[in-house]
Design a protein around this ligand. Structure first.
Ligand SMILES: Cc1cc2nc3c(=O)[nH]c(=O)nc-3n(C[C@H](O)[C@H](O)[C@H](O)COP(=O)(O)O)c2cc1C
Length: 373
């Protein structure tokens, strides 16, 4: 199959990855109600078709945190991407760099910040707060020394939500081996030639050879549920660059964030992987945009599967949109080329959506492009 959409890359990822790995990317928590809402609510937004408005010159670039990006789109933090394709974070970061958009490196990536910076250019860094404050301070220092363009502090993982699909696909010994042997292409390319399979940024506390199977157990044991706004201020004091709080879904939390010194928020429910049953990002976004009233930059993610969805998120009040599964599928299905391809697709789809809603620049993509009838 020649992939023509992000959905096609999902099918390729499914065919290429061992079952447990595809389930890890594709799944959400509990009954996946929020995961489905994210996709469905965004899709349900009807755009307004406008005609005869001279759309011969469309400009998709936008400014964020002192830099101009070719699209109002970034590759959001996705853990373990380095095992979806060989040294996957480096491949994805290269595709993002070539497309002139930001790449956000997860704390729990396979490739370390140093490996990605050397192989693809310095990414943004996503920070999870763990109980060992000395280690958090050390991660921030590494991001500061590398001169990462932004620090994205994820706050919606105080406790991990359960994912039924991971539990069902898990298993050691024969079960794991039968899943691996069913995907010989992945096994050779990533499983054997793509080593080491460790969490690069956590090597100082986990060791370089800690198996990835320890990953969930480590999260349960080490993520810190006691974190509050004073810890955000603590991070703020150590991080001089743009600080973004990821995982806000409620306008009251957004109002609280106004005083914390961060430059941006990501409206997100972690792709429906945390508290199932919460509102979709698309539904939550307009009230948060009202609460923030332009005082912070608003990023959003959740359910974005096309350039039309990017335009929809912007129309609801986002300044910038992060991709999650979209790029993970493309990386698993087609490596760096796959990620580069979906970014081209997104740009082309955005251009069509902008032309046919009658706008020519990103600032014009607002609630006026939505049909509220
Ligand atoms: C496989 C996977 C791993 C993820 N890992 C992280 C992570 O390490 N840090 C983080 O802040 N968010 C993580 N997320 C959440 C994404 O950054 C993003 O919020 C979510 O995927 C958006 O929803 P979407 O996938 O429907 O676009 C992960 C999401 C997926 C699907």
């Amino acid at each position: 199959m020649k992939p023509a959409s992000i959905t096609d890359y999902r099918a390729l990822a499914k065919a290429r990855l061992p079952h447990f790995l595809f389930e890890y990317i594709d799944g959400g928590s509990y009954d996946e109600v929020t995961l489905e809402r994210n996709v469905a609510d965004l899709r349900a937004i009807a755009l307004r078709q406008r005609v005869l408005r001279d759309v011969s010159a469309i400009e998709t670039s936008t400014e964020l945190f002192g830099r101009r990006w070719a699209l109002p789109v970034g590759l959001g933090p996705v853990g373990l991407a380095g095992i979806y394709a060989r040294r996957g974070e480096v491949q994805a970061a290269r595709a993002a760099g070539a497309a002139e958009i930001p790449f956000v490196l997860s704390t729990v990536s396979a490739c370390s910040l140093a490996e990605v910076s050397a192989g693809a250019g310095v990414p943004w860094f996503q920070l999870y707060f763990v109980k060992d404050r000395g280690f958090v301070a050390d991660l921030i220092a590494r991001a500061r020394e590398a001169k990462c363009g932004a620090l994205v502090l994820t706050v919606d993982l105080a406790v991990p939500g359960s994912r039924y699909r991971d539990a069902r696909a898990a298993g050691g010994g024969l079960k794991r081996w039968s899943q691996l042997l069913a995907r010989p292409g992945w096994l050779w390319d990533v499983g054997i030639k793509g080593r080491p399979h460790s969490l690069g940024n956590l090597a100082p506390i986990l060791g370089r050879t800690a198996p990835l199977s320890d990953f969930q157990a480590w999260i349960h044991a080490n993520f810190d549920p006691s974190v509050g706004w004073k810890e955000v201020e603590w991070v703020r004091r150590q991080w001089p660059g743009p600080l973004v709080i990821k995982g806000v879904l409620d306008p009251e939390d957004a109002r609280s964030a106004l005083g914390c010194g961060a430059e941006g928020l990501v409206v997100s429910n972690h792709g429906g992987r945390q508290l199932d049953g919460v509102q979709s990002s698309a539904r939550a976004l307009p009230a948060i945009a009202d609460a923030v009233a332009g005082k912070m930059k608003l990023l959003a993610d959740g359910g974005v599967r096309s350039g039309l969805d990017v335009v929809r998120m912007l129309s609801l009040g986002a300044d910038f949109v992060l991709l999650g599964r979209a790029w993970a599928y493309a990386l698993a299905g087609g490596g760096q080329t796959g990620v580069a391809h979906i970014l081209k697709l997104i740009e082309a789809e955005m251009r069509v959506a902008m032309a046919l809603t009658g706008v020519t620049s990103i600032v014009q993509v607002n609630s006026s492009v939505i049909d509220r009838a």
